[in-house]
Design a protein around this ligand. Structure first.
Ligand code: MG
Length: 337
């Protein structure tokens, strides 16, 4: 058991290094190739959670399922606790997209056990465009578990309803995280993006294990210690869909970030909406609320270990990967309005 864990830890180190290397070289395709040559589809990503890959990477069949420390399958949407440490306001973050990569990977909110899979548009895998001077996502990007932006709730500040997803996070630490990694973050602020009429909060946060995390405690500290990062963040979100023929995104509060306290209250309100969802007090719509850890009394969507195993067993086994198309590395220029 001990040597197995050591091996898995070593495997993670190799995987992370390859992604870092890919980031520096701005060559995500080679990074992913190196990762896949490990020929393993299970990775221990921290003390508490592991991920298991299914299907073929970079194809429609790819899925990333989560297990807890007991080896039981869990939903990253419903079963991973929102708080890592409630007394310190430290939250869990499920990393969906490692920094510098383009694959629009996300928690599949409508699939049983909510594995991470790549978003699909018109039958094609979705990659975000590189709008100059950005390359892929410029943060580790992911979601806080046990939160939900309720599409039936009109936000008092933005005047728009929620986007039906868990709340999004931009993690600004120096480490490039792995897809599916569950990290602990300190919240620093929030941006109120309006995406085609829906409220889509973007929480700014930093990995508590970052060497400089102790110096970053509120939104002003990002401005002071990471000059340009907040402006780049607004620019990224404003323009990233324009190459796909969409309009620029809009922002509430004139595109200004709100502070840490506002951000924490926003996250707490989305946790309240999630609680209503998981206890069937709100209509779930098309969302899949199957879970294995929310206590049965609190959720009518509780499912057994065997049922969860059958869900994973019903997906394609892990197999060889496809290449990411070269066109994903293209750079787009256009004049700012
Ligand atoms: Mg969102």
């Amino acid at each position: 058991m001990r040597s197995c864990c050591t091996f898995q830890a070593l495997g993670l180190e190799m995987r992370m290094c390859s992604v870092v290397l890919g980031g520096l070289l701005l060559n995500t395709q080679s990074a992913i190739t190196i990762t896949a040559t490990s020929a393993r589809n299970q990775h221990r990503l921290n003390m508490s959670f592991t991920v298991e890959e299914r299907g073929n990477p970079n194809t429609l069949s790819y899925r990333l399922f989560f297990k807890n420390a007991d080896g039981k399958y869990v939903s990253p949407f419903h079963d991973i606790p929102m708080y890592a440490d409630e007394s310190q306001n430290i939250f869990h973050l499920v990393v969906e997209v490692p920094r510098w990569t383009n694959s629009k990977m996300e928690i599949a909110t409508k699939d049983p056990l909510n594995p991470i899979k790549q978003d699909v548009k018109k039958g094609n895998l979705r990659y975000v465009a590189n709008v100059f001077p950005h390359k892929g996502y410029i943060w580790n990007y992911g979601a806080i578990p046990q939160t939900w932006e309720d599409p039936g709730h009109k936000d008092g500040d933005t005047g728009c309803c929620g986007d039906n997803d868990p709340i999004d996070v931009c993690e600004i630490g120096t480490k490039v995280c792995s897809r599916g990694e569950v990290i602990k973050v300190k919240v620093l602020g929030v941006l109120a993006m309006i995406d085609e009429g829906e409220t889509d909060w973007k929480v700014m946060a930093i990995n508590v294990e970052d060497p400089e995390a102790k110096d970053l405690n509120d939104i002003g500290d990002i401005q002071r210690l990471r000059p340009g990062y907040l402006e780049a963040t607004v620019d990224w979100f404003r323009r990233y869909k324009v190459p796909d023929g969409k309009p620029e995104n809009q922002f509430a509060f004139n595109g200004e970030f709100k502070d840490k306290d506002f951000a924490i209250e926003t996250i707490k309100s989305t946790h309240g909406f999630w609680k209503a969802l998981i206890s069937e007090k709100t209509n779930a719509g098309g969302l899949n609320c199957k879970n294995t850890c929310v206590s049965a009394g609190d959720s009518p969507f509780y499912c057994s270990t065997d049922e969860a195993k059958a869900v994973v067993g019903g997906t394609s086994p892990y197999g060889t990967e496809d290449h990411i198309p070269c066109s994903v590395d293209k750079w787009f220029y256009y004049e700012k309005k």
